[in-house]
Design a protein around this ligand. Sequence first.
Ligand SMILES: [Zn+2]
Length: 417
Amino acid sequence: MQIKTILNRVQKFKSFVYGKESWIENAAIPTLEIEIKPRLNSRPVCSYCGCKRPGYDSLPERRFEFIPMWGNKVFFVYSPRRVDCPRCGIHVELMPWVEGKRQLTEAYAWHLAGWAKRLSWKEVAEAFHTSWDHVFCSVDRAVAWGREHQDLSGIEAIGVDEIAWKRGHRYLTLVYQIDEHNKRLLWIGEKRTTRTLLKFFRWFGKERSHSLKYVCSDMWKPYLKVIAKKAGNALNILDRFHIVAHLNKAIDEVRAEEARELKEQGYEPILTKTRWLLLKHKKNLTALQDTKLAELLQYNLRSIRSYLLKEEFQFFWQYSYAAWAGKFLDNWCTKTMRSKIKPMKRVARMLHRHRPLLMNWFKAKKQFSSGIVEGFNTKAKLTTRKAYGFRTYHAAEIALYHALGALPVPETAHKFF
Ligand SMILES: [Zn+2]
């Protein structure tokens, strides 16, 4: 069987045929070149208007990289014709295997982008003997195509989240669709300001924003302000995951300070290596950690009291009746305010201030658990961390859309990945 036969099976062009195949001698990686020729008597197509036009002349040969085969690089070789289009002028013809002036064929670009969902970009580049830039460009194109062709109808619930990015306090705002039937990353913006989220709503459009029923978010003021203004019909639910994060942060502060004090006063270092005991969910502790926690609970330490307050707060979510949950919340806040533990008091004040929003969770009939946004948050962090090459915001943005956007791909791309 000839390679032509295989190629015609995977990618057949109407007005072009595959010609001679030849090996490039002395190439560092074995390289195969396959000639492409216009079908006899076929006229070139103008790349601007898409009409068949008379040919004008032929340009020198160009090479287009196709999907490597069995460790061999594969190139198409073709001399593009120029068309003399009465409407658009003299232009290079349309070549169905490539877009514009690119070097990678569409098939190869989709192939690389497909693998880049499973491996890091660096690994993809190594596996296919190509450059990081080629992988990046392929993913970039796949994301651009996908975002242009994605369906944004019927979105009722979104979640707003932020992740720290790079070193220092630099943030990205991420907006997810969290509807039961469709969960995906919709939008990314730099920073976490009022302007950032306003940009999302501008992109999302007035009509779609008005049909939103639920918005999950943290208690971050700029977000709350914009959500109230732009998604007036939606119920703003405070994300359970973020509330636990605030409590954990407070406990962490209390523990660090207390451990330092105990050390200064010459006590046994009972709080060393207890960080995870106090932050992890109880059911995720190992048997040994569980025993150590039980031991710790005997001490009347601020860290322990904070931990118990956090554990107690979990009951809030379990109430069936909003009124009782509200009562519980008020009691919890009063108790915590009396605890004299500053970081915990800060959380209590914050929760008290956002009481109506907290109660919205019950109005939404507990529909949006913390799991969705939390799961996305973990994946987003992993994606940005895995991507060592992300020097620019654009690269991080592209990687996140590619990994979490559930973006569509053209029908033909499925064939190559
Ligand atoms: Zn034209």
